[in-house]
Structures are given as C-alpha cells and as structure tokens.
Design a protein around this ligand. Sequence first.
Ligand code: AMP
Ligand code: GLY
Length: 437
Amino acid sequence: MKLLIIGSGGREHALVWKLARSPHVTQMWCAPGNAGIGSERLVKNGVPVECVNIGAEDLPKLLAFAQEKRPDLTVVGPDNPLALGMVDLFQKHGLRIWGVNRKAAQFESSKVFSQNFMEKYGIPTARAVSISAGQFTEESRLQEVRRFVMELGDRCVVKADGLALGKGVLICNNYSETYAAITGMLVGKKFGEAGKRIVIQEFLEGVEVSLHALCDGKTAKLFPTSQDHKRALDGDLGLNTGGMGTYSPTPFLTDAQLADVARKILDPFTRGCVAEGIDYRGILYPGIMLTKDGPKVLEFNTRFGDPETQVYLTRLENDFVELLDASVSGTLDKLELKWSAMASVCVVMASGGYPGSYAKGKVISGFDAANAFPRTKVFHAGTARAGEQIVTNGGRVLGVTALGDDLKSAQAAAYAAVEKIHFDGAHFRRDIAAKAL
Ligand code: AMP
Ligand code: GLY
C-alpha cells in the first residue's frame, strides 16, 4: 500500500513511525513532515519516507498531489484540514482517506455545537450557556447569562466557539474577570470569528485525563487511559501549552471505571451521531474531568492528541494500517485492539520561551545516544534539517518517549534519554507522570 500522511508535528511523527512498521506499506509520503519523519524508513522494503513541501491546510495542492501519486490511503493528523473539509474533498474525488468529515469535525471546531449535542444526548458535561455577538444587545439573553454566572459563583470558564490555537479558553476567578472575558470575545473580537459565539461553563474540579476511541460510524473502540501535562512548568504552573508530556496508562481510572465511562459517554455519543446523520469515522478524543460526581466531558477533539499519540502508539501492538483501514471501511467490530502491558512516558523538549516567543534554528545534538537506549524513541515535532544538522524549528521540538515495565521505569528511561539531548534554551518539565507515582 502507498500512504500519504498529513501534518508535521510530534503526533504525525508517531503516526508515520507506527504506519511504517506495517508490512502492508510499500511507499509513504508526508506533507509537510519534519526532520524526524524524513529519517524514517519502511520496515517492509527499507524505502525512506518522503517529505513533500505542501502545507497541511493547502487542500488544492494536497488534492493535486494525491491525484498524481494515487495513495491507497491518506491519513490526516491535525484538526484544521479536517475542519476545512479535507476528508469530504478527497472522497468526492474518489480518494480513500482516514479522518473525520467536516460535519463530524464540528465537535472540535464548534464548542457550541458540542455543548448542544451533549445536552441533547445526555452526555455528562459542565453546565453551560452560550451566547453570540448578535445576541449581546438582547436584554433577555443577557439576563439569562447574568443569572447563570451569578449562580456559578466566582469561578467559571469562558470559551470561544471556534478553533483558537488552544488559547480560546479563559478560566475566570471572579465576576469582573468573567465580564471582561465575555465582552473581550463578543465585543472586543479578541479571537476574531472564533469568538463570535461563546460558551460559558461551570468550572469543574478534579483530575483531568485524556481518552481516545477509534470509530467507524457504528463501533467505537476505546483506548487505554493517558494523561497530558498542559501547563508549561513543573507542578502544573505557568501558561497553558499544547502539551508538555504524557503517560499511559493512568492509575486514576480502573478498568471498570473506564468501561463505565464508555457506557456514559461513548454509547450516547454514537447513538447521537446516528440520530443526527453524522458519519463519525476517525478518532474521538474526549478530554475528561474526573469529578466527585463522576466523569464529565470538558471538550471533544476529533483527531489524535499530541503528545498522547506518542504514548499510545508505542504501546499499540496491532498493525496500525489495518486499524485505520477498518475505521474507514466500517469493519472495526471484527478487530480487537491489543496493547502492551508496559507503560509509556513521553517528555516534550520545547524551545526556551515556549509557549511565548522563541528562537528557531538551534542545533540539536545527542540523537544517537538517546535512541541507543532500548525501548526508547525520540519523536520529532518542531525540527528541520540544515545541511548535515538537525535544528529546532518550532515551540515543541521533540517528544522523548520510552516504554518500561511500569510507570516508574518508563519515566526513568524517558528522562535518561532526555539527558542525552542538547540544544540552546531547551526547556522540559521534570515531573511528567509524577502525579501517578
Ligand atoms: P478545552 O480546550 O475546552 O479542553 O479547554 C482547555 C483546558 O482548560 C482543559 O484541558 C482544562 O484544563 C481547562 N478547562 C476547560 N473547561 C473547563 C471546565 N469547565 N472546568 C475546569 N477546567 C476546564
Ligand atoms: N494533548 C492536547 C491536544 O492534543 O490537544
């Protein structure tokens, strides 16, 4: 099979690495890819993965490329091309593609859509109201919002409806912060189009975990648990980031509790999709808060998590091509997901300054020493080739991932590899997985 992978982050390196291990794959392109992706070779025939210089959101060029090369399957990593309708476009041109279509991508691209869906189908989530910029002058609507905010007390969460690079969620600690957040989005147009509608949610307290389920329109196969570390600094301090590290499994949910989550969230989700005519084929990644009243959905993502993918795919024992193919064909019920009993830990090494501004082009050394450890894989995110060298080219630079017999040894192995890697200004958290130990 010939495969085309879309994206350039750590998630996409993990996707490429795992797909390249399948004996079905004879040729692979990645658009646009990164330095690590370009260093992978297919297990079947040793052929290198070829990076193609087309951006992940340039749908016309991606379509033209696919029409020329005729991949047997295209696999989409990031949310933006999904929200832009890449899957619908490729299908219209008779090209087989894995990922959710535009209608299904709304679960991530519109928080108002998700909130309404969850309320309609009884999926446990935070209590919420939504309001649009156009309704900001309607006194009755404003009254309702005011009443709700008062009822919540000091703390609440204000979310821009649309995709805002992970920055559209504001946690407010008192009424004036809430008021500033609401007017900033609806009147001040702080997040542009994305903030023209907003959701105001109750603040949920508890432990946050990541879930993933592979879906084929009828069946949803739940992955084991994982946990991300979203803040930039140790002890969950500092600014929110795309994710500074993950581990899997988490001890915060037993297998029985995970089955309960599936019943309370995945079953009504799948039923709701069928009722609404949403053909959900791809990954569903709900962010969950384990509250004292049970698990509640914080948000739905419609693509693999980054860096959740790095820990999941190092534990996955199935042929990944067969899984994605079944997700497209609607035959997932015939497959069993198989996971290594080992634990996996991914530590993200970021550029100094991230998630604020940072420099690029810093030379990275130590790859050979880090990759020489057994059961360790250094996934690239923001990297590029500069002649013979590999240099930093983004905020999150690497995801150093290791398996271990238990979480503690996986953590030790990941940090041993991190110690071998150097670049100017490198920043990483030293407490990935510590909460679980
Ligand atoms: P989201 O993009 O909706 O997942 O929000 C980003 C982050 O904000 C989440 O990962 C949570 O850490 C936090 N968050 C979102 N909604 C809530 C909520 N209702 N209560 C508490 N924290 C939240
Ligand atoms: N791990 C956070 C995300 O992928 O959105």
